[in-house]
Design a protein around this ligand. Sequence first.
Ligand SMILES: Nc1nc2c(c(=O)[nH]1)N=C([C@H](O)[C@H](O)COP(=O)(O)OP(=O)(O)OP(=O)(O)O)CN2
Ligand SMILES: [Zn+2]
Length: 125
Amino acid sequence: MFELSKQFRFEAAHTLNRAPETEEVESSRRIHGHSYRAEVTVRGEPDPETGMIIDLTLFERAMQEARDGLDHRFLDEVPDLGPATMENLALWIWRKLEPRCPGLAAVTVHRDSNGEKCTYYGGRA
Ligand SMILES: Nc1nc2c(c(=O)[nH]1)N=C([C@H](O)[C@H](O)COP(=O)(O)OP(=O)(O)OP(=O)(O)O)CN2
Ligand SMILES: [Zn+2]
């Protein structure tokens, strides 16, 4: 079994409603931005003829479309995203890529500035 991964970066703004007991509740409600890094992984066996699980160019094209939907966007207005958390970003990217990436196994959204990441492995109804 092999895993093949590729990453893309995007910058985006959002607001977020936080639990009242968090200290940053007011600053999170204001529009602010983050730098994100998404890592997408497919799992499978390489095709014996091509030696590839998926051609990286096709992989990149699918990821580019997802990136276009998020980069330099106000995430609160991105259709079907919901509250712009890392959890929902990972789920949103998964849904965009799943039809075009057979063997999709994981989508991880990183916020490197503060060492945060969230991984979605599929499986939600
Ligand atoms: N489970 C989650 N919790 C939180 C998320 C999330 O995506 N999933 N996101 C946030 C916010 O985006 C928030 O803006 C982060 O705020 P804070 O912890 O204060 O971090 P900074 O604003 O300091 O981050 P910088 O990138 O350094 O500006 C909160 N919770
Ligand atoms: Zn934020």
